[in-house]
Ligand binder design. Structure first.
Ligand code: HEC
Ligand code: HEC
Ligand code: HEC
Ligand code: HEC
Ligand code: HEC
Ligand code: HEC
Length: 441
């Protein structure tokens, strides 16, 4: 039996390793799709060369050790110190972007993911290479490995149970037939558990550990989309509008205080101003010309609408799965949470919007510091555990919302209310912000 426990332990370790490995692979896939897929494909040359087995290629061509990592961080530095890298620069007239923040481990994760792809058929390979649907593809995959782990655990459980039955049969042989008949399955199990209590404890601890790991790696990491920044039909800079020109967020995201969604502006909203403002540099003019094209507007000679519209569609940046319920007005109005807390300081955003990483969000002044990845379930519930419901701006405006809330709580269950207040604050969690059904359909 001891050997069995040992092999059980081993299989749990295998589960752990498997989980960590998947997360690393997952990270590689995410990084590739967010940072590299705009120019690189796995099996085909595009703007940049195909990247399948590229580490091997560099090694075989006599590149200096480690220079490929330097290349990704900053290709110019690599070209200056490694003759092979200097050759690669001539591959095309376009140059590669620099990624000074990527660590060697992250770059390896990208290459590991690339090398793990299989070239099945021409069409499936290209479908996989398109950065666009990255999210969808990724989500399916990550759910798959969670299920794989659950299946493994169930399997292990089945093995334990069947070994329990066998052990008991053996033990039963030493009991009289009459005694044996009298035992129900429950008693049978309890008796066995008592006789093997040490092993049961070890097994239970391992089981709980595995569950925690699943919860932690699985639910807290599933579908991590930090850094996701899809391309947009028009290169709209928030910094110029919400920053320099101080336009209120609600001017363009006009339902953010009234409904579940914040809403994205239509081209007519842009035209309110851009009918007059066509840009002061050639670069601006080029970008703003796309607004005119979409609205069917000819700015020449005072400007007139031609009627030939080409509607544009903004690509969604923040995307939660369909089974999650998130409400903006609940957070912004009732909860008094600032846009900055979840989206970063958009008044400084020079590029199009992206999902800010937890590190970027923590660096914004006044934000509650969180540790879980942005937009994961862990992120939502961590904040619900930290955030007081009694500190919103509505409270300071004394409009009675929170007074009413506290009053209702007291009337409902005074004892419970006092328990909530023990730590001096009522958190979202204490009002039900951790209930599955509040967030899941
Ligand atoms: C803006 C486009 C662009 C992006 C984004 C980009 N690359 Fe490149 N990459 C290139 C180009 C172009 C080359 C070929 C060298 C040249 O012409 O300067 C290249 C070359 C490479 C090479 C050498 C390939 C070979 O065959 O020797 C590697 C490795 C590489 N890139 C990795 C990456 C990784 C990893 C990322 C994402 C973190 C990335 N690249 C993102 C454009 C890009
Ligand atoms: C002049 C109009 C305008 C103003 C003002 C504006 N936005 Fe936007 N916002 C846009 C447009 C257009 C997009 C879509 C393009 C993009 O994603 O960059 C967008 C996208 C976003 C997104 C990403 C949406 C997604 O798809 O997930 C967020 C978050 C956002 N804005 C927040 C803000 C905040 C916070 C403010 C105020 C500080 C603000 N915006 C002010 C026009 C505006
Ligand atoms: C508590 C976190 C949180 C706060 C605060 C918050 N948002 Fe969001 N925002 C989200 C999430 C989560 C999504 C994705 C929603 C989805 O996919 O259902 C999102 C999506 C968006 C979008 C994309 C369009 C949409 O409605 O899905 C815009 C635009 C946006 N937010 C703007 C804002 C603005 C402006 C504010 C401040 C007035 C704000 N948000 C405050 C979390 C937040
Ligand atoms: C309230 C007025 C206002 C609205 C509404 C508005 N803009 Fe602008 N926009 C400006 C101003 C002002 C500038 C700066 C022009 C300059 O510097 O000459 C500008 C500049 C721009 C630029 C050039 C930025 C650069 O420097 O690269 C783009 C692109 C742009 N707007 C797109 C949009 C889009 C798309 C919308 C609709 C979602 C929009 N704007 C709505 C006022 C507005
Ligand atoms: C930065 C903090 C913060 C984050 C992040 C956050 N929330 Fe909240 N949430 C709040 C606050 C504060 C309230 C309380 C609002 C109120 O007083 O009604 C709340 C309330 C809620 C409620 C209503 C709970 C109830 O008891 O009625 C739901 C549902 C909810 N949030 C969903 C989400 C989801 C889904 C996410 C992640 C995508 C999320 N929240 C992320 C702060 C946050
Ligand atoms: C505060 C909001 C919130 C609460 C409370 C919450 N969840 Fe979630 N949950 C989320 C969000 C957001 C996601 C999506 C995460 C992602 O896509 O990365 C999620 C994802 C999940 C998933 C993964 C599904 C998938 O996308 O593959 C499961 C399973 C899950 N939740 C179960 C639960 C259970 C069980 C509870 C109650 C104990 C619970 N959730 C409570 C917000 C919440």
């Amino acid at each position: 039996m001891f050997i069995k426990i040992k092999s059980l332990g081993l299989s749990f370790i295998a589960v752990l390793l498997f989980a960590t490995y998947s997360v690393a692979q997952d990270e590689g896939e995410k990084l590739f799709k967010v940072k590299c897929a705009t120019c690189h494909q796995v099996f085909k040359d595009g703007t940049g060369p195909k990247l399948y087995k590229v580490r091997q290629k560099w090694e075989e061509n006599g590149a200096k050790e480690g220079s490929i990592y330097q290349w990704v961080n900053n290709f110019e530095n690599a070209a200056a110190s490694d003759p092979y890298a200097a050759e690669v620069v001539n591959w095309s007239a376009t140059s590669m972007s620099k990624f000074p923040d990527l660590t060697k481990e992250q770059i390896d994760a990208i290459f590991d993911w690339i090398d793990s792809q299989e070239q099945k058929t021409e069409s499936s390979a290209t479908a996989n290479d398109q950065g666009g649907d990255a999210n969808v593809i990724k989500k399916e995959k990550s759910t798959l490995w969670v299920w794989a782990i659950i299946a493994l655990i169930l399997l292990t459980l089945t093995i334990i149970i069947s070994s329990v039955r066998k052990q008991f049969k053996a033990a039963a042989a030493s009991l009289s037939n009459e005694e044996y008949e009298k035992l129900s399955f429950n008693e049978e199990l309890r008796r066995w558990a008592w006789e093997n209590r040490k092993k049961v404890v070890v097994g239970a601890v391992l089981f709980v550990m595995a569950l925690v790991v699943i919860l932690f790696l699985g639910l807290y990491q599933i579908g991590v989309v930090e850094g996701y920044q899809p391309s947009q039909p028009i290169e709209f800079p928030h910094s110029v509008h919400a920053g320099t020109n101080g336009i209120d967020c609600k001017y363009c995201h006009n339902s953010v205080e009234k409904s579940k969604t914040a809403g994205l502006p239509t081209i007519n909203v842009c035209m309110n101003c851009h009918k007059q403002i066509s840009g002061s540099t050639p670069e601006q003019e080029k970008k703003i010309a796309k607004i005119y094209e979409a609205a069917g507007f000819d700015p020449a000679g005072g400007g007139k609408y031609t009627g030939e519209q080409k509607p544009i569609v903004w690509n969604k940046v923040h995307v939660l799965p369909d089974h999650v319920y998130f409400n903006h007005s609940q957070h912004v109005v009732a909860g008094g949470v600032d846009c900055k807390q979840c989206h970063g300081d958009m008044t400084k955003m020079k590029e199009t919007a992206k999902v800010q990483t937890v590190e970027e969000l923590n660096a914004v002044e006044g934000n509650i510091k969180l540790t879980k990845r942005t937009l994961t379930m862990g992120w939502c519930i961590e904040c619900h555990n930290e955030k007081e419901v009694s500190s919103g701006p509505l409270n300071s405006k004394k409009n009675g919302y929170y007074d009413e809330l506290h009053k209702r709580l007291i009337e409902h269950d005074k004892g419970l209310y006092e328990k909530y207040l023990e730590d001096g604050k009522v958190t979202v969690r204490e009002l039900g912000g951790w209930e599955c059904a509040k967030c899941h359909y």
